[in-house]
Design a protein around this ligand. Sequence first.
Ligand SMILES: [Zn+2]
Length: 261
Amino acid sequence: MKLTTQDRRDNQRRALSRRLTATELLPLLQNKRGIRVLETDETIKLRPWKARVETLTDVQKLVHLAMRKDIVDEEDLKTALTKQRRRAYEDEVTIQLERLGCQKTGRLSAGPALTELSELSRVDAQSIIATYNDDLAKTITGIADKNPRANRHTYAKNLKTWDTTRAAEKSKQIAQFTDSSARSVALKDFYTFNDVQGFAVLAPTTAQCPVCAGWIARGEVPMQEATNNSPPYHPNCPHFWQTFSDQKADQNGCAELWNGS
Ligand SMILES: [Zn+2]
């Protein structure tokens, strides 16, 4: 399958959307407060993942308390992820409309699709925050292993670097996943609500993971099968369905096409 100018333009658009998402997520994944030096008599509120935190020393517990993410961070992240998902969804619907020859944009209004995107984001935000808090505890232990005499300043210095590096890497990974999962929902909705026949090819055509390699080897996949087996197949999965259809809509056809609302 040779890429057309339209394919290339659509893909540039998808890539731009992922970059935008990553930039917007970065500050939410980083610890903005820095390490507050807490009074030792301040009560340490243990979290559900407290098992690991309980194994830390008192100083380490304070460091963890100062840096970990809480329910407010989780809510902010969920809101941001839903916003990104909505944008990716609308963008993908626009791409699909354009491919049928329609100058119409995707618009997602309140309804089951938006609820689905919001629910995906809620689950993701929960897991991202829990992973952060757990990684934080592991990193604190790691710093002490290397430097048994580490004090709060040692932790602060090391954790700042860890936090920055981690956020940069994770924001790209999360952006990729958020964008891709929303586009998959959009694609499925588009071909469910519109009576359009077509097929899809998994792109890009190189893969590390056997699942992705399998779909690539299949070549042209009927649209329904493609949308029932949507990427991302794993974290960092760069794949998406490149769609093809012989159909083009006329003006009346365009007006009747479902565009998300
Ligand atoms: Zn993949």
